[in-house]
Design a protein around this ligand. Structure first.
Ligand SMILES: NC(=O)c1ccc[n+]([C@@H]2O[C@H](COP(=O)([O-])OP(=O)(O)OC[C@H]3O[C@@H](n4cnc5c(N)ncnc54)[C@H](OP(=O)(O)O)[C@@H]3O)[C@@H](O)[C@H]2O)c1
Length: 309
C-alpha cells in the first residue's frame, strides 16, 4: 500500500493489529500520509518478542503505531502470561527496536489502568491501580515503553466500538433482535469511543509531529510531546445508557423492528471473571491543549456508526 510522491511522513508507518477495530481503521486512515506496512500475526507475532524485533528490523519504519493487544478482558484472568507477553513484553521490544532506528511510537492503552474508585474523570497524572490482569498488563506495557527511552505517545482510550469487529454495540444489537429483555450493567460509568475517531486522532497527531520535525530529527520534535494522553469519546454514559440509546436510535429509524427492552442491572448482578472499574471516565483536556483535538461525542459517533451498519 504505497503512497504518492508527496507523502506527509518521510518513511514507513508500521501499523500492528490491522485485523482489529482500531488497527483496521488506522490502516485506512493513515494510508494517505505515506507508505503503510501492516504485518499480520504470521509476520509479527506479539506473543514472541523475537518476532516483533525481526519485523521492525525488516520494515525499518519511521513510525510504529501499535494497535495490537490482548483485549479479552475476562480471559486474561486465566491467561496472564499471554496477556503480559502481548501487552507488555512486545511493547518493550517495540520501544527498544524503535529507539535503535530512531522511529517514533504511538501506542494505545486503556481506562482499565484505573481502579474506578474516583468520582471525577481521570487525569493522565492520576494514580493508576488496575483491578484486572488485562489492566495490569496494559499498565506494564505503558511502563515498558516509557522505560525503553523511545520517543512515544500513549493514548489511553475506553469502550472502543465501530461498525466492524467484536464490540459491545454489535453484540447488543444482535441480542436485542433475539430476545425480549436485555439486562445491562448500569453502574459502570465511561465513554464509548469510535475506532475511526481514534484513527483520525492518530493521523492528526502524526501530521503535527511531522510538521514539527521539519529540518530536524523526528526524535527532537517528539521530545516535546512524549507521554500519556487520554483519548476517550466525548460525554459519558453507562453500558446500559449506551445500549438503550443504540436501541432507541434503531427503533427511530425502523419503527417496525422488534427489539428487546433494555433493563439496568448492577455489576454485582452480572459477575464476570475480571473486575471492571465503576468509573472509567477520562479527562481528555490534555489532548485538546497539546494537539488541538477533541474526541467525538459518543452520541454523534453512535449515529454515524449505526448509519454504517
Ligand atoms: N476494545 C476496547 O474496548 C478497548 C478499550 C480500551 C483500550 N483499548 C485498547 O485499544 C487498542 C486497540 O484495541 P481494539 O479494540 O482495536 O482490539 P481488537 O479489535 O481486539 O484487536 C486486537 C488486535 O491485536 C491483534 N493481536 C492480538 N494478539 C496478537 C499477537 N499475538 N500477534 C499479533 N497480533 C495480535 C489481533 O490480531 P488477530 O486478529 O490475529 O487476533 C487484532 O488485530 C488496544 O491497545 C486495546 O488495549 C481497547
Amino acid at each position: 500500500m504505497a503512497a504518492g510522491s508527496c507523502s506527509t511522513v518521510r518513511g514507513k508507518i508500521l501499523v500492528t493489529g490491522g485485523t482489529g477495530q482500531v488497527g483496521g481503521e488506522l490502516a485506512k486512515t493513515l494510508a494517505p500520509l505515506g507508505e503503510i506496512v501492516v504485518p499480520g500475526r504470521a509476520e509479527m507475532d506479539l506473543s514472541h518478542a523475537d518476532s516483533v524485533r525481526a519485523a521492525i528490523r525488516d520494515a525499518q519504519p519511521r513510525w510504529i503505531v501499535n494497535a495490537a493487544a490482548y483485549t479479552a478482558v475476562d480471559k486474561a484472568e486465566s491467561e496472564p502470561e499471554l496477556a503480559y507477553a502481548i501487552n507488555a513484553e512486545a511493547v518493550r521490544a517495540i520501544g527498544e527496536e524503535a529507539q535503535l532506528i530512531g522511529a517514533g511510537v504511538i501506542h494505545f492503552s486503556t481506562d482499565y489502568v484505573f481502579d474506578g474508585t474516583g468520582s471525577a474523570p481521570y487525569l493522565e497524572t492520576d494514580t493508576t491501580s488496575p483491578v484486572s490482569v488485562y489492566g495490569a498488563s496494559k499498565l506494564a506495557g505503558e511502563q515498558a515503553l516509557a522505560g525503553s527511552g523511545v520517543p512515544h505517545m500513549i493514548f489511553r482510550t475506553s469502550w472502543v466500538y465501530g461498525a466492524q469487529g467484536k464490540n459491545f454495540l454489535r453484540t447488543i444489537l444482535k441480542l436485542a433482535r433475539e430476545r425480549e429483555v436485555l439486562r445491562v450493567v448500569g453502574d459502570q460509568h465511561g465513554a464509548p469511543t469510535w475506532s475511526r475517531d481514534l484513527a483520525k486522532m492518530a493521523a492528526h497527531v502524526i501530521v503535527q509531529c511531522e510538521a514539527a520535525a521539519e529540518g530536524r530529527p523526528l526524535a527532537d520534535a517528539l521530545a516535546e510531546t512524549i507521554g500519556v494522553y487520554h483519548a476517550g469519546g466525548g460525554g459519558e454514559t453507562t453500558w446500559h445508557g449506551f445500549a438503550a440509546e443504540a436501541v432507541r436510535l434503531v427503533r427511530e429509524r425502523d419503527p417496525e423492528v422488534q427489539l428487546a427492552t433494555i433493563e439496568a442491572i448492577k455489576t454485582s448482578e452480572y459477575p464476570t471473571p475480571a473486575k471492571r472499574p465503576a468509573n472509567s471516565r477520562l479527562n481528555c483536556d490534555k489532548l485538546g491543549r497539546r494537539f488541538g483535538w477533541s474526541m467525538m461525542d459518543w452520541h454523534e459517533s453512535l449515529r454515524q456508526v449505526l448509519a454504517e451498519l
